[in-house]
Design a protein around this ligand. Structure first.
Ligand SMILES: Nc1ncnc2c1ncn2[C@@H]1O[C@H](COP(=O)(O)OP(=O)(O)OP(=O)(O)O)[C@@H](O)[C@H]1O
Ligand SMILES: [Mg+2]
Length: 279
C-alpha cells in the first residue's frame, strides 16, 4: 500500500487538508476570483463546497456538512428534506462569504436510473440554485485525484462506486451496495450497540473496531474485485469516508494483493471534485 509519493498526490493531499480545515473552522476564506460550488447529496451527509480561484490555485473557501436522512444508497428518498438541507447549507455559505451562489454542480451515484440522477438536480433547484450541472460521483472523485491509469473506488455511507480510468478516460463504471452503514451494522451486532453508538465507537476506537470489521472490509474488497475484473492490473485509489478507519486500506491491499493508494480526509474527495465539475 502507499499513501503518497508523487508530486501530484501531495498536491491532492494539500487540497484535502485545506478543505478539511475549512470544514472544521467557522472562518470562511476570501471569495475572490471565479467561484465553483458543489453539492454532494450523500447518504451519510450532504456537503456543500465552495472553491475560489483558477484551476492551478484552487482555494476551498467554504465547506459545510449536514446529515439529512433524506437519502438511501445515494438516492434521494425524501425530496423536501434534501432540498431543505441544501437550502440551509447554501444560505450559511452565502452569509459567510457575502455572495449569492447561483450555480452549482451536483452528483449522482453511478448507474442509477436517469430519474434518480435528475432528482439530484431538482433538489438543488428547489434549494435555490438557478443553474445545476450534473456529474457522476466517480468522475467527480477522479477530478480531484487526477488519476490517469487507475481505479477510483468511492465507498460512502451506503454504496461502493468504482470507476476504471485508462489514459485519463473513464472506461468502466459500476456500483454495488455496501459502505460505512454496513460496517456499523457489523459492529453493532458484535458489540451489542445501537447503530449510532456503533458509528461513534468506530471513530473513537478504531484499533479495537478494525479486527471486528475485517470481514466487512473484505466483503467490500470482494465487491471491488468483482467490479474490476478487467482492471486487475491497475492500482486502487480509495475515496469516501467508509475506508477512513485506520488500517482499512491495508486490509484491502493484503486481501486483494493489489496496490492501494489512500488519501487523508478521503470523504472530501468527491465533494471537492463535484465543485470542480461546476461550469
Ligand atoms: N474517521 C472515520 N472512520 C471510520 N469511518 C468513517 C470515518 N469518517 C467517516 N466514516 C464513515 O464514512 C461514511 C460516510 O462517508 P461519505 O461521506 O463518503 O458517505 P456519503 O457520501 O454520505 O454516502 P454515499 O456516497 O454512499 O451516498 C459513514 O458511514 C461513516 O461511518
Ligand atoms: Mg458519497
Amino acid at each position: 500500500m502507499r499513501s503518497n509519493g508523487t508530486a501530484l498526490v501531495s498536491g491532492v493531499e494539500d487540497l484535502l487538508h485545506r478543505a478539511a480545515e475549512r470544514l472544521d473552522s467557522a472562518e470562511p476564506g476570501d471569495a475572490v476570483g471565479p467561484l465553483q460550488v458543489g453539492v454532494d447529496l450523500g447518504t451519510a451527509s450532504c456537503v456543500l463546497t465552495v472553491l475560489a480561484g483558477p484551476d492551478d490555485d484552487l482555494r476551498p473557501v467554504w465547506v459545510g456538512r449536514e446529515s439529512s436522512g433524506a437519502l438511501r444508497d445515494g438516492v434521494v428518498v425524501d425530496f423536501a428534506r434534501a432540498a431543505a438541507t441544501i437550502g440551509r447549507l447554501k444560505q450559511a455559505a452565502e452569509d459567510a462569504l457575502g455572495v449569492t451562489l447561483e450555480a452549482t454542480a451536483t452528483a449522482y451515484p453511478p448507474c442509477v436510473p436517469l430519474a434518480d440522477a435528475r432528482a439530484c438536480r431538482f433538489v438543488c433547484e428547489a434549494a435555490g440554485f438557478d443553474r445545476v450541472d450534473l456529474v457522476d460521483e466517480v468522475t467527480a472523485a477522479q477530478r480531484t485525484l487526477q488519476v490517469v491509469d487507475g481505479v477510483v473506488v468511492d465507498v460512502g455511507g451506503g454504496s461502493t462506486g468504482v470507476g476504471v480510468f485508462r489514459r485519463g478516460e473513464l472506461v468502466a463504471l459500476d456500483d454495488r451496495p455496501g459502505g460505512g452503514h454496513h460496517l456499523d451494522l457489523v459492529l453493532a451486532g458484535a458489540l451489542g450497540l445501537s447503530l449510532s453508538d456503533a458509528e461513534a465507537h468506530k471513530r473513537t476506537h478504531p484499533r479495537q473496531s478494525l479486527p471486528i470489521l475485517v470481514p466487512g472490509l473484505q466483503r467490500i474488497a470482494e465487491n471491488v474485485r468483482a467490479l474490476t475484473v478487467e482492471a486487475a492490473d491497475l492500482p486502487l485509489h480509495l475515496a469516501g469516508g467508509a475506508l477512513m478507519i485506520d488500517g482499512a486500506g491495508a486490509v484491502l491491499s493484503t486481501y486483494l494483493e493489489r496496490t492501494v493508494v489512500t488519501y487523508p480526509h478521503a470523504l472530501l474527495i468527491t465533494p471537492l471534485g463535484i465543485a470542480r465539475s461546476a461550469s
